[in-house]
Write a protein that binds this ligand. Structure first.
Ligand code: GLA
Length: 805
């Protein structure tokens, strides 16, 4: 009845399985380049889109830039196979079948890709190919398909690597038997470490979960894929997933980093945006010849990580003509100078080197250190070669800077550093800092230098003054260095942008501290987690905070060695919080200390939980610090509440939330939407985040909707989101939340949240403005007629406290 999706989670086993050597056709000798509809269109795929995209490949120059494959993702077939057992293209979406589209695409000198799944159903619930490999491969070959993306949903797997090898090799063999050259893209999300076995099976394999159009996703995928360089090579590539360039969720700097790092990692370049609506900037990023040349270099080596420290990474990729591509990647939120000694790279020894910035084309020279001030989330990529005569090439000058927090109505201290990395002295150096209107920047040390020799640095400090009333946020400060170089004294300028973070005190009221962004946040293991425990090194990998069996839906999950700083500006009076070692990794002891400026309120070393109340009167800064004699203790700040602006201690804690279903008096008439699909609900005390009970949901493998149609409409005016707490079954969980606003068919739904951490728990949030409604339906929060949750996995899932916030 509704779009559903099933992602069955798997625990990967580490058993190594020997794979018989396969005769792989010499395909994908460089990483495949093309388009796939999933990132921009999801299930909304059809022949017109594919044909128009093929047309655009030709007219926009993307074909000339190297893009070849136009790929169809999930949802192209009917829900049932034909009488002959074959997959049937949905005639409404593909009136001339897949063959018709393939012919069209081939007619443009391009190639066509399709999507299948090594399970009983695809992720969106269409027929899968498990056990039907021969027939399906032959069907695709008959249609003229050139590329297969083969997914991993509903895989019926025991999770062992052996099973992965078996399922994915079965399709490899089926493709081989068709005799057609089909590029085989293995998409099992890195679950069974395919880089250790899939060479010779597929030409590429996904190394991570699905990408999304946001910076944390790209940053996390780079972190996972970069260390796998040794496994990639011609015909066997690591696939960090398709491009999001142009989809709107990132800045141009971030999209250029996405493209740069994919090129450095010799990743497949599969465009994932709507080319019919792509901006000139998007097309320029996607079709940059010099960046593509690095990706497509025929040596086929994935760039090696030379250094990776404090969020700054350097990659080194050898190229066929002897040059090397060197990437300076800054994943941090501030301008940073990223540097690498030429001798730490594969460059041969030389007196100087020529650097060509692949994005700007600009050339500079260095003596022995490649270095640049790289903006937050930015990447500089140089093509580098030894240089015999540096005299005619401008020296590389790196402009860096650091600025602490700036208080609105106050100021801060800026430190700039300008370094000459080129051969030869630069002269008449003058550094300037341009600040937003109304601000001032005054140098307190020298900002001019007559001569700056190779590898010498001019450091300058500046006092920055910010007018009162400046709103909190990020503001650019442009630092530039002007100088002369070479015998003719030619003038040049190098610039860098520093982001000034202006802070203001919290608004009046009592608030969950986890809804206020800290000014700085340092943690022992991975990032500090919001409203969940620390989990592991990745973002968002914890569970609901649990101390001595008590579950908290609000709080901060840290580990030993953490410090969070909040600016209070003297406006707050009290912090009250539970603290303790999380049940997920008992241990300790840990010492929790709240600092109001320098005044400490501490728990002392504890292994269980306690409550701290700290007087913050007059304090400018609040700091939460966890220390321990043991490393890696999972230490929670549970339900911390901050009072500011002198409001009474019994005023409501913001943001306010209203419980709709708490399952204290039974199942509250929760039922199953599609009885034929199976599943059951029952009240259960095993997991609850309020009261003493929650709801146990026994889910069918393919999933079902669980919930309630409301006789009288519910008025949720003022709320912006629905939330509930969930504990996953033993094989993970996936789902959506739907709200019914009118009659039984006007469902607004959204989500597709899912994770694979068996037995973990979390709060699921669906904002009303992110729910998609059927055509003609507008979500009216004052008339909610039903609340439904989609759950699958075939296991038992517990939910509790469905609420509006
Ligand atoms: C999985 C894949 C995605 C996409 C969807 C389609 O999540 O990893 O890339 O193909 O399925 O349902």
């Amino acid at each position: 009845m509704m779009l559903t999706r099933a992602l069955v989670a798997l625990v990967s086993s580490l058993i190594f399985v020997a794979v018989p050597a396969q005769a792989t056709p010499p395909q994908a000798s460089t990483p495949p380049m093309g388009f796939n509809n999933w990132n921009a269109f999801g299930c909304d795929v059809n022949a017109a889109l594919i044909k128009e995209t093929a047309d655009l490949f030709v007219s926009s120059g993307l074909k000339n830039a190297g893009y070849r494959y136009v790929n169809i993702d999930d949802c192209w077939s009917l829900r049932e196979r034909g009488a002959d057992g074959r997959l049937v293209p949905d005639p409404a979406k593909f009136p001339d079948g897949i063959k018709g589209v393939a012919d069209y695409v081939h007619g443009k000198g391009l190639k066509l890709g399709i999507y299948g799944d090594a399970g009983t159903k695809t992720c969106a619930g269409y027929p899968g190919s498990l056990g039907r490999e021969e027939l399906d491969a032959q069907t695709w070959a008959d249609w003229g398909v050139d590329y297969l993306k083969y997914d991993n949903c509903n895989n019926q797997s025991d999770g062992s690597q052996e099973d992965y090898v078996r399922r994915y090799t079965a399709m490899r063999q089926a493709i081989d038997r068709t005799g057609r050259a089909i590029v085989y893209s293995i998409c099992e999300w890195g679950t069974s470490q395919p880089w250790t076995w899939a060479k010779g099976v597929g030409q590429l394999w996904r190394t991570t979960g699905d990408i999304s159009d946001d910076w944390p996703s790209v940053r996390s995928i780079i972190r996972q894929n970069a260390p796998l360089a040794a496994y990639a090579g011609p015909g066997h590539w690591n696939d960090p997933d398709m491009l999001e360039v142009g989809n709107g969720g990132m800045t141009a700097t971030e999209y250029r980093t996405h493209m740069s790092m994919w090129a450095m990692m010799a990743a497949p370049l599969i465009i994932g945006t709507d080319l019919r609506a792509a901006s000139a900037e998007t097309l320029a990023i996607l079709s940059d010849r010099d960046v593509i040349a690095i990706d497509q270099d025929r040596l086929g080596v994935q760039g090696r990580v030379v250094s990776d420290q404090n969020g700054l990474m350097v990659l080194d990729k050898p190229l066929a003509d002897g040059d090397r591509a060197i990437a300076l990647y800054n994943s941090t939120d501030a301008l940073a100078t990223v540097s690498v000694a030429t001798r730490a790279t594969g460059l041969r020894g030389a007196g100087s080197y020529r650097l060509t910035d692949v994005w700007t084309g600009g050339a500079t020279q260095v003596r022995s250190t490649i270095s640049a001030g790289v903006p937050a989330h930015g990447t500089v990529v140089y093509r580098v070669r030894p240089l015999r005569d540096p005299a005619t090439v401008p020296p590389a000058v790196a402009v860096g800077g650091e600025l602490g927090t700036v208080v609105s109505g106050g100021g801060g201290e800026l430190a700039t550093a300008v370094t000459n990395r080129g051969v030869g002295t630069i002269r008449d150096l003058a550094v300037a800092a341009r600040v937003p209107e109304g601000w001032t920047a005054t140098p307190t040390t020298g900002h001019r230098r007559a001569r700056l020799a190779t590898d010498a640095t001019l450091e300058t400090t500046w006092t920055i003054a910010v007018p009162a009333g400046t709103p909190a946020g990020s503001y650019p400060i442009d630092v530039s260095a002007a100088y002369r170089w070479g015998p003719q004294g030619r003038s040049a300028t190098t610039a860098g942008q520093i982001v000034a973070v202006v802070v203001t005190a919290p608004e009046d009221g009592r608030r969950h501290l986890s809804t206020i962004a800290p000014v700085t946040s340092v943690n022992g293991t991975g990032p500090v987690e919001t409203d969940q425990s620390n989990g592991g090194p990745l973002e968002n990998d914890g569970s609901l905070i649990t101390i001595g069996g008590k579950v908290h839906t609000r709080g901060l999950g840290t580990t030993t060695g953490s410090e969070l700083r909040y600016y209070l500006g003297g406006r707050c009076s009290r912090l009250i919080t539970d603290v303790g070692v999380d049940d997920e990794a008992a241990g300790g002891p840990a010492t929790f200390t709240v600092y109001a400026d320098d005044t400490a309120t501490t728990s002392g070393p504890i292994t269980s939980g306690t409550t701290l109340t700290a007087d913050l009167t007059g304090a400018a800064w609040l700091r939460l610090v966890v220390a321990s004699t043991a490393a890696g203790v999972h230490a929670d700040w549970a339900t911390p509440v901050l009072t500011c602006g002198g409001v009474p201690d019994d005023s409501p804690v913001l943001p306010e939330s209203r419980t709709l279903f708490s399952f204290e008096s039974g199942t509250e008439d929760f039922t199953i939407a599609n009885p034929g699909d199976g599943g059951a609900v029952a009240q259960s005390p095993l997991f609850h985040t309020d009261g003493a009970n929650g709801l146990k949901v026994s889910t069918p493998v393919a999933g079902n909707w669980f919930g309630k149609a409301l006789a009288a409409p519910l008025d949720l005016t003022g709320a912006t989101a629905l939330k509930f707490d969930l504990k996953a079954g033993d094989v993970g969980t996936v789902g959506e939340i739907a709200v019914q606003v009118g009659d039984a068919s006007s469902w607004c739904q959204g989500g597709l949240w899912g994770w694979t951490n068996a037995g973990s728990s979390r709060t699921v949030t669906e904002r009303f403005d992110q729910l998609g409604c059927p055509a003609g339906v507008t979500l009216d929060p004052s008339r909610i007629r039903g609340v439904w949750v989609f759950l699958n996995t075939g296991g038992e899932v517990h939910i509790d406290d469905i609420r509006a916030e």
